[in-house]
Design a protein around this ligand. Structure first.
Ligand SMILES: NC(=O)C1=CN([C@@H]2O[C@H](COP(=O)(O)OP(=O)(O)OC[C@H]3O[C@@H](n4cnc5c(N)ncnc54)[C@H](OP(=O)(O)O)[C@@H]3O)[C@@H](O)[C@H]2O)C=CC1
Ligand SMILES: CC[C@](O)(C(C)=O)C(=O)O
Length: 344
């Protein structure tokens, strides 16, 4: 079994006395900054003027333009959207890095696909939480954590691995487990997971189930409870105790249906499509498409996002969730903003 590291395996002191600039204060940025500060580290925030700046100031941080935050820091964590990182790096980060600094990422995209080429005299590593930023924060506050991967791309100080581990400890990941990876493995597995399984796979499965029931004449509210709401309850059982735990709690009728009908829906054909998705990630086709989509101002991203927000499962879901005040909304904005990012 791969070696999973926990609090007891990590020298926290290596990060003590180092100033950390967290660049970006979105999903991951706010979680890293708050968790690191509460773990005893010195954190400043690098941002442009705007919504995130106001939030970071409200949370008591000193916020600077990106160049000034980087200039005063020893460790620079880039938590900007992947598609913005190259531009901000070239304009504000590169010339303010000093020899012996650490340049850190939460996802390997820009290094692995050569969008950012770092100078030879800084450490470069990643600490990639395996969970959404809002949960990185929430679990830390609850005394728990989200597991993370760490990987070293460049080690000039001889200390990059220890720094990466101490950073992972600072955000709470060592409470859940920290595992070594490479930039290539993190980038390819993360993109695959979010496309084929966690985000793309699950949303397509849920929508197909909902549409099948509604098209057959069943009430949309019934279809919503069956295919969307109950998904969280079932996934909680999987998270807590694997397939066995979920199957312990469901009826034997459901378990028999799981065995005989599940593989009729998700089967070798599905796996072949998953392999296609993985190939597009591995050979750079997905990355190229995403970079070009951003350079064009995201026409396809925004069109699909608008369509998705109008899907019946969303309109019905909004009404039903309003009637269930106990359903906690961890992400405050109800719909993801339509963003226009032009990156060149
Ligand atoms: N979301 C997640 O849970 C996960 C993300 N990651 C990785 O973490 C990184 C950050 O992603 P995520 O947290 O989702 O990003 P978000 O989109 O949530 O946040 C991005 C932040 O960057 C700021 N920003 C955007 N453009 C600029 C700019 N030009 N100059 C200065 N600040 C800017 C935004 O501020 P403003 O309000 O001004 O727009 C915002 O604070 C990515 O590499 C991603 O792959 C890794 C694991 C999970
Ligand atoms: C599953 C999506 C994710 O990879 C994540 C939260 O880990 C992301 O990049 O947002």
């Amino acid at each position: 079994m791969a070696k999973v590291l926990y609090e007891k395996d990590i020298q926290k002191e290596v990060l003590q006395g180092k100033k950390i600039a967290v660049v970006g204060y979105g999903s991951q940025g706010h979680a890293h900054a708050l968790n690191l500060r509460e773990s005893g580290h010195e954190v400043v925030i690098g941002l442009r003027p705007g919504k995130s700046q106001a939030k970071a100031e409200e949370d008591g941080f000193n916020v600077y333009p990106v160049a000034e935050a980087v200039e005063q820091a020893d460790v620079v964590m880039i938590l900007l959207p992947d598609e913005m990182q190259q531009k901000v790096y070239e304009e504000s980060i590169k010339s303010n890095l000093k020899a012996g600094n650490a340049l850190v990422f939460a996802h390997g995209f820009n290094i692995h696909f050569s969008q950012i080429v770092p100078p030879a005299d800084v450490d470069v590593f990643l600490v990639a939480p395996k969970g959404p930023g809002h949960l990185v924060r929430r679990t830390y506050e609850e005394g728990a954590g989200v597991p993370a991967l760490y990987g070293v791309y460049q080690d000039v100080t001889g200390n990059a691995k220890e720094l990466a581990l101490a950073y992972a400890q600072g955000i709470g990941a060592a409470r859940a487990g920290v595992l070594e990876t490479s930039f290539q493995e993190e980038t390819e597995t993360d993109l695959f997971g979010e496309q084929a399984v966690l985000c793309g796979g699950v949303t397509s499965l849920i929508k197909s189930g909902f549409e099948t029931l509604v098209e057959a004449g069943y009430q949309p509210e019934v279809a919503y409870f069956e295919c969307m709401h109950e998904m969280k309850l079932i996934v909680d059982l999987l998270y807590e105790g694997g397939l066995e735990n979920m199957r312990y709690s469901i009826s034997d009728t459901a378990q028999w249906g799981d065995f005989v009908s599940g593989p009729r829906v998700v089967n070798e054909d599905t796996k072949a499509r998953m392999k296609d998705v993985l190939t597009d990630i591995q050979d750079g086709k997905f990355a190229k498409g995403w970079i070009l989509e951003n350079q064009a101002g995201r026409p396809q991203f925004n069109a699909i996002n608008n369509q998705e927000n109008k899907h019946q499962i969303e309109t019905v879901g909004r009404e039903l969730r309003d009637l269930m005040p106990f359903v906690k909304q961890s992400v405050k904005s109800k719909q993801k903003d339509v963003k226009v990012h032009v990156t060149n």
